[in-house]
Design a protein around this ligand. Structure first.
Ligand SMILES: [Zn+2]
Length: 156
């Protein structure tokens, strides 16, 4: 199913937030090499190696690069694919979609709509039995989980 590209992006509130606009050098400085490879070069972490693929903690998953709230534990489900999987984003305008044909098959890339960092891909019709039948297959390294109840392990 192809959704026509929207020419008008002005509904993405955060896009005009100057703090989310960084140049490549800034990203290299602020992110670890692995974060940079995934978030800014659309890399993919190896399955079952990420921090959150098997996490069940209640909370909100923020963009690792800019801190925007992207997903919540309410929509996370066990896909056993080795990456954190969600059946919907926190809100549709939090992410943007890009058609990706690089591997000879069409996949839909998911990016943070605030800072345009790569998050992962979305697949649908796989039969997981979730409310949307979609699987947002997201790299752990693109996310940062903020647990819901208290901030027990505040180690910042
Ligand atoms: Zn972001």
């Amino acid at each position: 199913m192809s959704t026509p590209e929207k020419a008008d992006n002005t509904n993405t509130v955060g896009a005009e937030n100057p703090s989310a606009v960084r140049d490549d050098e800034d990203w290299r400085r602020e992110l670890t090499p692995e974060e940079y490879r995934v978030l800014r070069q659309a890399g993919t972490e190896r399955p079952y190696t990420g921090e959150y693929w098997d996490t069940h903690t209640a909370g909100v998953y923020h963009c690792r690069a800019c801190g925007a709230e992207l997903f919540t534990s309410n929509e996370k489900f066990d896909s056993h694919c080795g990456w954190p999987s969600f059946w919907a984003p926190l809100a549709e305008e939090r992410v943007r979609y890009i058609h990706d044909r690089t591997l000879g098959m069409e996949r839909i890339e998911v990016r943070c709509s605030n800072c345009d960092s790569h998050l992962g891909h979305v697949f649908e019709g796989e039969g997981y039995g979730t409310p949307t039948d979609q699987r947002y297959c997201i790299n752990s390294i693109s996310l940062k989980l903020v647990p819901a109840e208290g901030t027990a392990g505040a180690d910042s």
